[in-house]
Design a binder for this molecule. Structure first.
Ligand code: ZN
Ligand code: FE
Length: 244
């Protein structure tokens, strides 16, 4: 169990920004700041100072707050080396196997191309935490804008190999629409049906449905559960066209 304090900050229409504080070192970082204002308001309120920004990919709904947070705090921005040209605020370029740290908390970088060509995720094995950006969502995966199903299938296999208790912090509240598709893809999956009841109830109360866990995703996520790249490709295409 991690002693990190991980705060969920809703932003834009359905993004989640994750603000992470290590109480031992007093250090604070933020993952994928879509915008700066709500993040700076939260750190002011808590008396924290952001020292780092970790980006999973270049999309503006993940990097839009970089410049203003850097200006306000002097934070160092770490993100995918392969997308350095598209993240002008980048200071530290990360590739597969690199590590970044917050105090004594070590994160390993995994390259997970597919949603974008250089997408990375941050796995903190000692904390049993992974920040998955737009690669893995609750009951879903990222759209394939710059990659293919073979790459995303490989990503899913790597995520499936993480310890099942690993807590998954993804970047969007897409769970309800993902779950509707998951039920269409696997109508006989009782775990998905049960989960969707809880998700519908939570959303009716305007509550968040993330973080999730690798174990929950192994039971209900039709992309993590795809048995081949071809099945993932078919499910991804069906989801893109799905109106549930
Ligand atoms: Zn994205
Ligand atoms: Fe996004």
């Amino acid at each position: 169990m991690t002693d990190l304090e991980i705060v969920r900050i809703p932003a834009l229409s359905d993004n989640y920004i994750w603000l992470v504080h290590d109480p031992v070192s007093g250090k604070t970082m933020v993952v994928d700041p879509a915008e700066a204002a709500p993040v700076l308001a939260e750190t002011d309120r808590r008396g924290w100072r952001i020292g780092q920004i970790w980006n999973t990919h270049w999309h503006p709904d993940h990097t839009g707050g970089n410049a203003a947070i850097k200006e306000a705090t002097g934070a160092i921005v770490s993100g995918p080396a392969a997308e350095a040209a598209r993240i002008p605020t980048l200071d530290v370029a990360l590739s597969e196997g690199d590590s970044v740290r917050l105090g004594d908390h070590l994160a390993t970088v995994l390259e997970t191309p597919g949603h974008t060509a250089g997408h990375i995720i941050f796995h903190l094995p000692g904390d049993a935490v992974v920040f998955t950006g737009d690669t893995l969502f609750a009951m879903g995966c990222g759209r394939l804008f710059e990659g293919d199903a073979g790459q995303m299938f490989a990503n899913m296999q790597r995520l499936a190999d993480l310890p099942p208790e690993t807590i998954v912090y993804c970047a969007h509240e897409y769970t309800q629409s993902n779950g509707r598709f998951a039920l269409a893809a696997e109508p006989d999956n009782d775990a998905t049906r049960e989960r969707m009841e809880a998700v519908d109830a939570a959303r009716a109360r305007c509550e968040a449905t993330v973080p999730t866990t690798i174990a929950e995703e192994l039971a209900t996520n039709p992309f993590l559960r795809a048995d081949s790249a071809e099945q993932l490709r078919q499910r991804r295409m069906a989801k893109d066209a799905f109106r549930g």
